[in-house]
Design a protein around this ligand. Structure first.
Ligand code: ZN
Ligand code: ZN
Length: 169
């Protein structure tokens, strides 16, 4: 595969600001993201690549953080475009949206592995918790009211290390 032919639809899209020695890595990632979009039958566009890159850099980022990071790659991308892309990619199963109670929705690239989340009740920091038994639905309820259970979404709440050290100082 010729190396100079990735992402032809988006000239300059891979040139993200500020990390000159990461250029090769960024180009590979753009190719991967473009292939991911094509595999789901989605057109490869600069806003989609920028959002995918942003979410890869900032797992569990909210839409505002995704917007800020996406604008480093594509300064002209609009708020609406970022929200539209987040919704489209979530619907396509490329992104996963998690919605911890009382916090804005977060987005991540890690999809389809039935992992759970631990959320800091003080600052809202989110981290991954692997599926407890390694396969969905991970937890077996005592009664399912006749439903067939496929997945379980567990949110563990507590204090992150930063907040905990602040409260014990
Ligand atoms: Zn915290
Ligand atoms: Zn996660």
């Amino acid at each position: 595969m010729p190396v100079d032919q990735h992402a032809p639809a988006v000239p300059g899209g891979a040139a993200s600001a500020g990390h000159p020695h990461a250029a090769g890595r960024t180009a590979d990632r753009t190719t991967d993201a473009a292939e991911l979009l094509r595999a789901r039958g989605l057109r490869v566009t600069a806003p989609r690549l920028a959002v995918l890159g942003a979410v890869a850099d900032l797992p569990h980022a909210d839409a505002e953080a995704v917007l800020r990071r996406a604008r480093e790659a594509v300064p002209t991308v609009s708020v609406q475009a970022v929200y539209d892309v987040l919704h489209a990619l979530t619907d396509a199963g490329i992104l996963r949206r998690i919605e911890p109670a009382g916090h804005p929705a977060r987005y991540e690239r890690r999809v389809g592995d039935n992992h759970h989340h631990v959320v800091c009740r003080s600052c809202g920091a989110v981290d991954d918790v692997d599926c407890v038994i390694g396969e969905a639905p991970c937890l077996v309820p005592s009664s399912t009211s006749g439903f067939t259970v496929e997945t379980a979404e567990v949110t563990f709440w507590g204090l992150c290390p930063d907040c905990r050290s602040r409260t014990t100082d």
